[in-house]
Unconditional design. Structure first.
Ligand code: MN
Length: 194
């Protein structure tokens, strides 16, 4: 099932040209931890955007967020669901060559773990089920993003919103305040030069 869900990812890319991971590792279910990883990649393709990816069942469920995540609960950020990515993609930084799918430079803007806290009638709903139902609440423990976020499917795409907790900051734009990679410390521009 995990490998099947990467079919679309692989079809879009020529791995003899791009340095993105093919996703060879199909982790056995028993090795998948309950602390799951998340990553936000900053991607300077035709349009600069941020890609939110959540580890779910051995792959990365993915959304392109044109305006990026926010620390302000008033910001409702459109998140466009994209194809599942392999787990190894969470550490991918580099420049996808011209002419390839998603051509442009990628940095790991934020990374960490998350906990699913989607509840219904006092019960935690499995993350996969929650996403299929069109609503999930997650708690991020990233280097930059922390606390609760809600991801909800609407008629015109998904919406990513910061939930109200001690991590709210309505005064600063974290995307501008902290533009560097959480993995390498580099900016998009610095990585693109190499
Ligand atoms: Mn992207």
């Amino acid at each position: 099932m995990k490998q099947e869900s990467l079919e679309s990812y692989r079809k879009k890319r020529d791995f003899s040209i791009t340095s993105e991971p093919q996703g060879k590792i199909d982790y056995p279910d028993e090795l998948i931890s309950d602390k799951q990883i998340f990553v936000v990649q900053k991607h300077a393709s035709r349009n600069l955007h941020y890609d939110l990816r959540l580890e779910v069942g051995g792959i990365l469920r993915s959304w392109a967020v044109p305006k990026g995540p926010s620390l302000n609960p008033k910001d409702k950020r459109l998140a466009i669901a994209t194809e599942d990515h392999p787990l190894e993609y969470a550490r991918f930084e580099g420049t996808i060559p011209k002419g390839q799918y998603g051509a442009g430079t990628v940095i790991v803007w934020d990374m960490g773990t998350y906990r699913n806290m989607t509840m219904k009638d006092g019960q935690v709903i499995d993350i996969n089920q929650a996403l299929n139902n069109g609503h999930t609440s997650i708690w991020l423990e990233g280097k930059k993003l922390k606390g609760g976020y809600a991801i909800t499917r609407t008629g015109r795409g998904w919406i990513l919103v910061k939930m109200r907790d001690e991590n709210v900051d309505e005064t600063q734009d974290i995307l501008k305040a902290d533009p560097r990679s959480a993995l390498s410390g580099r900016t998009i521009g610095e990585l693109a030069e190499n």
